[in-house]
Design a protein around this ligand. Structure first.
Ligand code: ZN
Length: 164
């Protein structure tokens, strides 16, 4: 059965970011979200518009009212996301990821010169932050409910979701 699966399976070249997101210290729900992002599978407004769905697009947080909601806006350009990245960088006493584009933000996250264990923690916290940004966006958009993002709630979420 295993051989049959291997023979039928489509094989693609390994992407450089795969080993960073699929590892033991990162909860799969964070990895899956980032994987979807890299494969352009997150249903942001601009994505839905490209697929022919007509809708008015605004920032879910209302923090940047003139912006069309895109992946770049949600994770990099939104004032809400920027404030969270700045907070995380402050906790780790480093600079926040650059916000030129998604790939740059990812390279900035991956290239921090931390010692091994701190790097694992940084990667986990960064992927968790991406998850928190997406969760908050969805909560605001679909439940019309602002999420109370405090440092305590993020830490509690990390402790709950990360294997010890
Ligand atoms: Zn925004």
């Amino acid at each position: 059965m295993k051989d049959c699966y291997k023979a039928c399976r489509l094989k693609f070249p390994r992407v450089p970011w795969a080993s960073s997101i699929w590892c033991r210290h990162i909860h799969p729900k964070f990895s899956i979200l980032v994987w979807k992002k890299f494969h352009d599978r997150l249903p942001t407004d601009d994505h839905l518009q490209r697929r022919g769905i007509r809708l008015a697009s605004v920032c879910a947080h209302g923090a940047s009212p003139s912006n069309i909601e895109s992946i770049f806006h949600v994770f990099c350009d939104c004032l809400f996301a920027i404030s969270l990245w700045n907070w995380l960088a402050m906790v780790f006493r480093t600079f926040p990821p650059t916000t030129i584009c998604w790939l740059e933000i990812w390279k900035s996250i991956e290239s921090k010169p931390f010692p091994s264990q701190l790097k694992n923690l940084w990667m986990t916290a960064s992927l968790s932050m991406i998850y928190v940004i997406w969760y908050s966006r969805n909560k605001r958009l679909f439940d019309d409910c602002p999420v109370n993002i405090s440092s305590r709630s993020i830490i509690v979420s990390l402790e709950k979701d990360c294997p010890s």
